[in-house]
Design a protein around this ligand. Structure first.
Ligand SMILES: NC(=O)c1ccc[n+]([C@@H]2O[C@H](COP(=O)([O-])OP(=O)(O)OC[C@H]3O[C@@H](n4cnc5c(N)ncnc54)[C@H](O)[C@@H]3O)[C@@H](O)[C@H]2O)c1
Ligand SMILES: O=c1ccn([C@@H]2O[C@H](COP(=O)(O)OP(=O)(O)O[C@H]3O[C@H](CO)[C@H](O)[C@H](O)[C@H]3O)[C@@H](O)[C@H]2O)c(=O)[nH]1
Length: 329
């Protein structure tokens, strides 16, 4: 089994990835600057965590010259769409410039391949649904643009330097570790499912439903919620795909099933057995009405087989985690 570097391993998705790789017996080194992540999200205390910045070239040189890695998973990023509009410089520096430093160090030390966390935001306003890999990429905010730029860099680095990569465009990451050990811990939290669960638990104000006048069946926005464990599984499949000598690629990762905000709230009520305190609010700027992935390519090319497509299961895992988390607060 190869040795893998997980960058951003103390975050929501990276920590669940690290737990899954650890369980599968991989040798891991974790890198995180703890800017938004938590050391306590590392499930095994014996795992090697390097606390540092992925944009620190001297640190990367040291890491890559002392350890032989067979792959890098890159989750580290600023992730808030709204903040990216107000502070684009931070997003281009943290996401684009620091990833460039990582890519240069990987090329110099002959480290690869790379699996990169991209996003549905690289597409912008959808022209059709579900969104496949051929869909036009026209991001409408700096967060999406930063990820789009990195995707372009990956293509160029492959062509010029032979660095192999897979970019995985997650739609709405959701759920938690099925064993209940780790889950979503963003601060501030902006995502629908944790906010709805916090409203149920009474630790936050009633959930604001951002718009009921969208051109969707019930008027609320439709999204494609994909279980975080299934996302992690896709990374493993993508690594195996590149280790087998296949070309660089990008894949859209979702359930293929859209759920409206109202349908998610209904699922939260079924799972928790309690009403979700909520109120109607104006549309949130920059929210497309409908974002659903066509993930057939990931399934057929990578052999990816998501296990937790059911929205009630996704919400149940998030609920188990949030109840535990509230006790820890
Ligand atoms: N959460 C979602 O719904 C979603 C959707 C699409 C794409 N993504 C992408 O998935 C990735 C992970 O998202 P998440 O929700 O786990 O975010 P997160 O904020 O929970 O995790 C990011 C982790 O990266 C670390 N980090 C940030 N900058 C760093 C740096 N310069 N050096 C080292 N470590 C650094 C943070 O401390 C944190 O532990 C991101 O790239 C994000 O853009 C997430
Ligand atoms: O308090 C809230 C929070 C969200 N929503 C609605 O719930 C849906 C989902 O919103 P999230 O904030 O949970 O997720 P987004 O679809 O906005 O964001 C996702 O897709 C983005 C790209 O479009 C980024 O990749 C981001 O990281 C990822 O979580 C949206 O229609 C939003 O308007 C509410 O009604 N009330």
């Amino acid at each position: 089994m190869g040795k893998i570097l997980v960058v951003g391993a103390c975050g929501y998705i990276g920590s669940i990835m690290a737990a899954q790789l650890f369980k599968a017996g991989y040798d891991l080194v974790l890198l995180d600057d703890l800017s938004t992540g938590f050391e306590s999200s590392i499930v095994d205390v014996n795992l090697k965590l390097v606390i540092g910045d992925v944009g620190d070239r001297a640190l990367l040189d040291l890491l890559f010259s002392t350890e032989k890695f067979h792959g890098v998973l890159h989750f580290a990023s600023l992730i808030q769409v709204g903040e990216s509009v107000l502070k684009p410089a931070q997003y281009y520096r943290s996401n684009v410039a620091k990833t460039l430093t990582l890519l240069e160090a990987m090329v110099e030390h002959d480290v690869g391949p790379l699996i990169f966390s991209s996003t549905a935001a690289v597409f912008g306003e959808p022209e059709y649904s579900p969104i496949d890999e051929a869909h036009r990429q026209a991001p409408i905010n700096p967060y999406g643009a930063s990820k789009f730029m990195i995707e372009r860099m990956l293509e160029d680095f492959d062509r010029a330097y032979g660095l192999k990569s897979v970019a995985l465009r997650y739609f709405n990451a959701a759920g938690a570790d099925p064993e209940g050990r780790i889950g979503e811990r963003h601060d501030p939290e902006t995502h629908l499912i944790p906010l709805a669960l916090h409203a149920v638990l009474g630790v936050r104000p009633p959930l604001k439903v951002f718009g009921r006048d969208y051109p969707t069946p019930d008027g609320t926005c439709v999204r494609d919620y994909i279980h975080v464990t299934d996302l992690a599984e896709a990374h493993l499949r993508a690594l195996e795909y590149l280790w087998a000598g296949n070309p660089s690629a990008r894949f859209n990762l979702g359930n293929g099933n859209g759920f409206s905000v109202q349908e998610v709230l209904d699922a939260v009520e079924r799972v928790t057995g309690r009403p979700v305190p909520s109120e109607d609010a104006p549309r949130r700027a920059g929210d497309p009405a409908n974002l659903v992935a066509d993930s057939r390519a990931a399934k057929s090319v990578l052999g990816w087989n998501p296990q937790y497509a059911d929205i009630d299961t996704i919400v149940a895992h998030a609920w188990a985690w949030e109840q535990k988390r509230v006790k820890l607060l």
